[in-house]
Design a protein around this ligand. Structure first.
Ligand SMILES: C[S@@+](CC[C@H](N)C(=O)[O-])C[C@H]1O[C@@H](n2cnc3c(N)ncnc32)[C@H](O)[C@@H]1O
Length: 440
């Protein structure tokens, strides 16, 4: 049931996407009508790695179902200054956890800290877990069991140097697990990072979007779901469904509407101007299966080397890609003299036929130079966004970026480079030959 008192929520997200998430949450709140008498959405502070907001249950449930950028939606339970583990235990033991779940539910506690003076964060985590279990035993006579793999209930503790905050998770599995990507490549992009990047590109449904290294199809699946109004969480369950207090009837109405929208989208023969290509036929098979599960079948998918691409639509649009890089996956195709490039370490990664290695090599540079040439020569009027951990990429592509946004792909610090491919105005980089500049 909805409470008249608003809840405080915190939505973590990949670092660099805080502003994009705040804008998305405000849009979601506008779309989802708040229940009569229930608190509406109130925007809160953006902090590194997440966004605070307030609202009733409807707001929290809608954020879970509709946010593409949040990693989770956490409900704030308590916050207080602390000096030691005993203070943390006392804070956790005072909370009425029994309002939310019983000892029959399994539990997991996670703790993260920034500049905490505590010597052992593992010990602090154990103290939170003990406090919650002791509390439930004192009120119900039974302790919940711990299940770190598939808990019913997750509690997150966050420590700064002086303050401890306790959160109850309302999401369960992280929200980037949409439930449609069963087929992955060697280096798939997290769905929420892909969705955040789409927002940064300024792409709007109806204008062309092309991923020429689409892999398992993350960018194009997210874009097609956005275009067709398919909710990112329509295929999955959420942590709040295991809690004692949530607005079941409002949730059922929201879920039915989301399922109806997905059915309508699947029935719609797609003519969306959303395009994907990849050099690997295996990856395209995976992308096809993923798109069907995501409720957006029938997109344009082609097996192409990114060096040979041509615009898939007459109207210019947005190119978005995360090319193979360094530690994760290598460029494939033919080398500068037409030779087929094979894994150097002999070890084929079973599904993706990709291989890991530490450093880019000359052939990779040749690939990026040729990819840059393809963009310059054939994509005038388009804007390209390339996510990479390699800061020398614009130089390798012989393009000067118009903007770069720092983003984290997991722990890997990346840049999203933007290249405006305006005919005749792509700036050359120092060291280019006249012929190179002519090619622009
Ligand atoms: C980092 S992955 C992209 C992952 C993708 N964004 C996803 O979410 O699954 C890089 C992709 O580039 C593709 N690739 C490698 N060399 C290529 C080339 N020469 N032309 C086109 N695609 C290539 C790989 O097959 C792989 O799917």
């Amino acid at each position: 049931m909805s409470s008249p008192t608003p809840f405080d929520f915190f939505a973590p997200c990949p670092r660099g996407l805080e502003a994009a998430l705040a804008a998305e949450l405000a849009e979601i709140a506008e779309r989802v009508p708040s229940q009569a008498g229930a608190p509406g959405f109130e925007a809160g502070a953006q902090v590194p790695g997440g966004v605070h907001f307030r609202g009733g249950w409807t707001v929290g449930m809608a954020a879970n179902l509709h946010s593409r950028i949040a990693s989770r939606v956490l409900l704030k339970i308590a916050e207080r200054p602390y000096r030691n583990e005993q203070d943390i235990y006392a804070l956790a033991a005072e909370q009425q956890w029994e309002r939310w779940f019983s000892a029959n539910e399994t539990l997991r506690v996670d703790l993260t800290a920034i500049k905490s003076p505590l010597r052992s964060l593992e010990f602090a985590t154990l103290r939170v877990k003990d406090a919650v279990c002791d509390r439930l035993r004192s009120v119900s006579g039974a302790r919940p069991s711990v299940d770190t793999a598939q808990p019913d209930v997750r509690i997150f503790a966050f420590l700064t140097a002086t303050v401890c905050t306790l959160y109850l998770d309302t999401s369960g599995e992280p929200l980037f697990k949409r439930g449609w990507r069963l087929d992955k490549g060697a280096a798939p992009l997290r769905e929420n990072l892909a969705a955040g990047i789409l927002r940064i590109t300024g792409w709007v449904p109806g204008s062309p979007l092309y991923d020429p290294m689409c892999g398992s199809g993350t960018f194009i699946a997210e874009a097609a779901q956005i275009a067709l109004g398919v909710a990112p969480g329509v295929e999955r369950r959420f942590g709040f469904e295991k809690l004692k207090q949530y607005d079941v009837s409002a949730w059922q109405a929201m879920k039915v509407a989301a399922l109806d929208a997905k059915r309508a989208a699947s029935a719609n023969k797609s003519t969306l101007p959303i395009f994907g290509s990849d050099i690997s036929g295996d990856m395209l098979e995976k992308a096809r299966a993923n798109l069907a599960r995501a409720g957006v079948p029938g997109l344009w998918l082609k097996q192409l080397d990114a060096r040979a691409i041509v615009p898939p639509s007459e109207q210019p649009g947005i190119i978005v890609a995360n090319p193979p890089y360094g530690e994760r996956i290598a460029v494939r195709g033919r080398g500068p003299r037409g030779e087929v490039r094979e894994p150097r370490h002999g070890g084929r990664e079973p599904a993706a036929e990709a291989f890991s290695r530490a450093q880019p090599d000359a052939a990779d540079s040749e690939f990026f130079r040729a990819f840059g040439d393809a963009l310059k020569q054939r994509f005038a009027g388009w804007r390209a966004f390339v996510l990479t951990a390699d800061r020398s990429l614009p130089g390798q592509m012989r393009l000067r970026e118009s903007a770069k946004t720092p983003l984290f792909n997991g722990a890997l610090e990346c840049r999203l480079f933007r290249f405006d491919l305006v005919a005749g105005s792509v700036k050359s980089r120092p060291g280019q030959t006249e012929q190179d500049a002519d090619a622009q």
